[in-house]
Design a protein around this ligand. Structure first.
Ligand code: CA
Length: 224
């Protein structure tokens, strides 16, 4: 899952990124409202953590603008204010949930799980193709009865494929989703990750359909 964190306090933003990455999420950071809106409206995110008070463009405006241009990415508002009035404003502007700072990291994780459990682009929280399953709540991947251990990046890569089932995806699209925007990963590196993922989800299952297909000159496709 990819999360956008829009938060102008660098210390909080960086510690959120670090904590979330340890939980297998890919995280992009924006330190002001304009950058936040720009990333939110152009990137592919599963959840946006949005601070209320931001330089450039405040959280409520970002929320309203995104909803106005038909972007329905779940938004969890973060704010130092605890007044009921702000809570109501936040939810009216299109935010899905609300968390008052300071909050426990565990509480944040619970809210993120609850938001990602709501059906958005996918049905529920288990993604599958054929006999391959990925449980996005418990980070479990199985082919048939066999549980498969993936690294954090391999997991994100497989999740991306499953969310784009039967579609040809380019290396650039993969980079955009699996890596944060400031990482300088090269398209050729993607081939290494694809090879490693194949070694885990396809090659040990020789008698079953090989799920990751290379589409020469275009990219890759996950399908039965
Ligand atoms: Ca702030």
């Amino acid at each position: 899952m990819k999360i956008l964190v829009v938060e102008d306090e660098h210390l909080i933003a960086n510690s959120l990124k670090k904590g979330l990455e340890q939980e297998n999420y890919t995280v992009d950071l924006a330190f002001d409202g304009l950058k936040g809106f720009d990333l939110a409206s152009t990137g592919e995110y599963d959840i946006i953590l949005l601070d209320l008070m931001l330089p450039g463009l405040d959280g409520l405006s970002i929320c309203q603008k995104l909803r106005a241009c038909n972007n329905h990415t779940p938004i969890l508002m973060l704010t130092a204010k605890s007044q009921l009035e702000d809570k109501i404003k936040g939810l009216n502007s299109g935010a899905d949930d609300y968390l008052t700072k300071p909050f426990a990291f565990e509480e944040l994780l619970a809210r993120i799980r609850s938001l990602s459990r709501r059906p958005q682009k996918t049905n529920g929280f288990v993604l599958s193709v054929g006999d391959l399953y990925l449980d996005t709540l418990n980070f479990v991947v199985k082919r048939g009865d066999k549980e498969i251990q993936l690294s954090s990046k391999e997991y994100s890569l497989l999740e991306f494929f499953l969310r784009h089932l039967n579609q040809v995806v380019t290396k650039d699209q993969i980079i955009q989703y699996v890596w944060s925007y400031e990482s300088d990963i090269l398209p050729n590196t993607i081939e290494v990750y694809i090879r490693n993922l194949r070694k885990k989800i396809d090659l040990p299952f020789k008698d079953k359909p090989q799920l990751i297909k290379t589409i020469r000159g275009f990219g890759y496709k996950l399908s039965k």
